[in-house]
Design a protein around this ligand. Sequence first.
Ligand SMILES: Cc1cc2nc3c(=O)[nH]c(=O)nc-3n(C[C@H](O)[C@H](O)[C@H](O)COP(=O)(O)O)c2cc1C
Length: 177
Amino acid sequence: MRALLVYESMFGNTQQVAEAVGAGLAEQLDVTVYEVGQAPTTVGGGIDLLVVGGPTHAFGLSRPATRKSAADQVAEEPERVLVSTGPGIREWLETVAVEGAPAAAAFDTRVRVRFLPGSAARAAQRRLRRLGCRLLVPAESFWAAGAPGPLRPGELERARQWGARLAAVLTPRRPVP
Ligand SMILES: Cc1cc2nc3c(=O)[nH]c(=O)nc-3n(C[C@H](O)[C@H](O)[C@H](O)COP(=O)(O)O)c2cc1C
């Protein structure tokens, strides 16, 4: 079975999580991981699972202004590299054509601050549903220690396990871990 994972990342946290989720999915599926600027404009009927991930910006999916704010932050720190330089997951989900009602799931990265609401993954999940996708599991968040980061300890392993579990839910021939 085939999976497509599309991620957006400014500072690199979501990119790392995406690669870990991809590794978990690859334990059972044929998976291709795309940075959103490189992602196809059509998700064909041969894709069984579509996974999208992005950073939470201003309580939801990024917008041009929030991406500019992140890019400005990166520009001030010469050791950092901006990962996504073009449109984000919001824009990709607004324009992509999805064929064949695939299964889907969404994740984000964000900072764990008390009473700070909002999740890019939940916003992406609503859009995936509108595109006719069947959500396999609830939206998942992976935690950064702050903006820009780094990720909290253990989050990459949790991301790999989440990917492996997604694949197992999609192909329940083996017991779900
Ligand atoms: C402009 C901007 C707005 C943000 N807004 C939120 C927010 O509302 N909630 C949150 O939990 N984190 C917020 N963050 C933190 C990011 O979600 C977090 O640093 C994330 O891991 C970044 O992922 P990336 O490295 O893939 O870009 C914001 C970061 C930026 C740059």
